[in-house]
Ligand binder design. Structure first.
Ligand code: ADP
Ligand code: GN1
Ligand code: MG
Length: 346
């Protein structure tokens, strides 16, 4: 245990620490599991303040959201101590987290959990939540940043990614469509999670139900389509997000259908027709967005996403490109499944 860790744990009133070990598979913050002699366990996190530069705003958002959810009886993270850049949560005992969805029932549960999370926060009293990471899902802006990175080419990697850059060029117009609808006021801003990977949901052990949404760092004003699309991008891929077997990468329509069913079971009567129309395009847009972000990071020298091996960001990029290509062929099929779910729940 480092001195810094010791300090925050003391502030939290935690004594008898027997172990502090890295935990989870997030790409941004440092997460540790803390064991104590009394058996009480905690999650200790060091926030990556070079990414979360508005750390005090982040703290205010997390405290507001967790307190609000608790006041409504919604199970959520319990903050034990929070002193930037460190924070401590009580360990949510008995829950498990997953990096892959192996059966449709889990996908349904995850869809329902993320949709319920949006509903639970829909009435959050003013003021508007702070924008922790401005333009986080502004896909055209992500592209602009990639263009800049490619123009600077600080690591001399541009020539080796010509194929990926060329692919990105082919979807510029479509990737910006959803954000454009918000700009023109055709779809509403809502409180959204913005990082809907399945490992940000905890499952109950006995029922295997996906119950509790965690990782609240990006909860801020956003679009429903971004939560829907990002979750599908991650959960309904035949492979993991960074698979090198891109011949196997692609959208599993059965998992997609189950996820959409769960998501719409909670939102079909809440969403506007225009919002529903954005859902089928959103997984494609999010796969493109992540391809752009991973490629940008690769060209700039891997400063943002934690990398476990050389070229990891390029591997991730190629996987997202393969996924986007497959999704492009399946947009109509996704739309038909979404419409059938909406019919069922309206
Ligand atoms: P990151 O921002 O790095 O993704 P998360 O907040 O998602 O960090 O935490 C990483 C992992 O730690 C989660 O996927 C989950 O498995 C586990 N985790 C986080 N908070 C808790 C908690 N309060 N109780 C139990 N497990 C947790
Ligand atoms: C990051 O922190 P984590 O691993 O839950 C990223 C997401 C990406 C994801 C890709 C704040 O999420 O936007 O979709 O990696 N979070 C941030 O795996 O940038
Ligand atoms: Mg996470």
């Amino acid at each position: 245990m480092t001195d810094e860790q010791q300090r925050i744990l003391t502030t939290a009133g935690i004594t008898g620490v027997t172990d502090v070990a890295r935990y989870g598979s997030g790409h941004i913050n440092e997460t540790y599991k803390v064991e104590t002699a009394s058996g009480e366990r905690y999650i200790l996190q060091k926030i990556n303040t070079s990414i979360f530069t508005r750390a005090e705003l982040l703290k205010a958002n997390v405290l507001r959201v967790t307190e609000y959810l608790q006041s409504r009886g919604v199970p959520s993270l319990e903050v034990v101590a929070y002193e930037n850049p460190w924070r401590v949560y009580r360990f949510l005992e008995g829950y498990t987290s997953r990096d892959i969805v192996s059966e449709p029932r889990q996908a349904y549960d995850v869809g329902r959990a993320f949709a319920k999370f949006q509903n639970d926060l829909a009435e959050l009293p003013a003021p508007r939540l702070g924008e922790i990471l401005p333009k986080f899902h502004d896909t055209p802006d992500r592209l602009r940043q990639l263009d800049e990175a490619a123009a600077q080419d600080v690591k001399g990697r541009r020539a080796s990614v010509a194929a990926e850059l060329a692919f990105v060029d082919t979807w510029r117009e479509r990737a910006g469509r959803i954000v454009e609808l918000m700009r023109t006021g055709e779809i509403p801003e809502r409180v959204t999670h913005n990082d809907t990977k399945i490992n940000n949901v905890l499952f109950a052990p006995d029922t295997h139900e996906a119950l509790l949404v965690i990782d609240l760092d990006t909860v801020m004003p956003g679009l429903v389509a971004h939560d829907f699309g990002d979750a599908v991008r991650f959960a309904a891929n035949f492979t993991e997000e960074d698979s090198e077997h891109t011949d196997k990468t692609g959208l599993d329509l059965n998992i997609f259908w189950a996820f959409a069913d769960g998501f719409l079971s909670k939102t079909a009567s809440v969403l506007t027709p225009k919002e529903i129309d954005t859902l089928a395009l959103s997984p494609f847009v999010l796969a493109c967005e992540l391809a752009t972000r991973f490629l940008d990071d690769y060209i700039m020298g891997d400063n943002y996403f934690a990398c476990k091996k050389p070229g990891h960001n390029l591997i991730r990029t190629r996987c997202q490109v393969a996924l986007a290509k497959d999704m492009e062929q399946k947009i109509d099929a996704m739309d038909a499944l979404i419409k059938s779910c909406v019919e069922k729940y309206r």
